[in-house]
Design a protein around this ligand. Sequence first.
Ligand SMILES: [Zn+2]
Length: 54
Amino acid sequence: MKVKCPDCKEIAELADDFSFVKCSKCSFDMTYGDYVKYIAYKDARYKDILSDYK
Ligand SMILES: [Zn+2]
């Protein structure tokens, strides 16, 4: 399954059994659990950055 790489925004590969996410464009390689946490962390930071510019 294809997912978006949180680091380089290219297409990353999610294993069919949801065990890991790997990106061939950069060195991103995480378990799916860590990937979800990483996305949430980046998203939270992004929202923080936006709110600073209000
Ligand atoms: Zn990547």
